[in-house]
Design a protein around this ligand. Structure first.
Ligand code: SF4
Ligand code: SF4
Length: 114
């Protein structure tokens, strides 16, 4: 089992997930958070906390190896985040759970290149 943050976090970054993670394995980029898959203990407590529904396990149909690779790679580059911070200013406007309707997958492209 592995948990990853999906593209639906991008431009939202509510960070409710950070507050509940028992092993502090979230890492923070400018507009996206990721999980370090080696540190994650697969407890699953973060999954229901995300207001954007952007945390999934590897048995979810939306899980991809690309997401796992991006979470793994960026978590080794970005700093750890251990406390909740304010969401990005337009978080609700970008939140698929609050009506944002576009597919956000293309927003992952920049992380393939980093
Ligand atoms: S709670 Fe969800 S949207 Fe917020 S930072 Fe965590 S994964 Fe991203
Ligand atoms: S599944 Fe548990 S250990 Fe893994 S990121 Fe979520 S809260 Fe942290």
């Amino acid at each position: 089992m592995a948990y990853v943050v999906t593209q639906d976090c991008i431009k939202c970054k509510y960070t409710d997930c950070v507050e509940v993670c028992p092993v502090d394995c979230f890492y923070e980029g400018e507009d996206f958070l990721v999980i370090n898959p080696d540190e994650c203990i697969d407890c699953g407590v973060c999954e229901p906390e995300c207001p954007a529904d952007a945390i999934i396990a590897d048995n979810n149909p939306l899980f991809t190896k690309r997401l796992l690779d991006i979470n793994d790679k960026m978590s080794q580059i970005w700093p750890v985040i251990v406390e909740q911070i304010d969401p990005l200013p337009d978080a609700d406007a970008w939140n698929p759970q609050k009506g944002y309707k576009e597919d956000k997958t293309h927003l992952l492209d920049k992380f393939d290149k980093e």
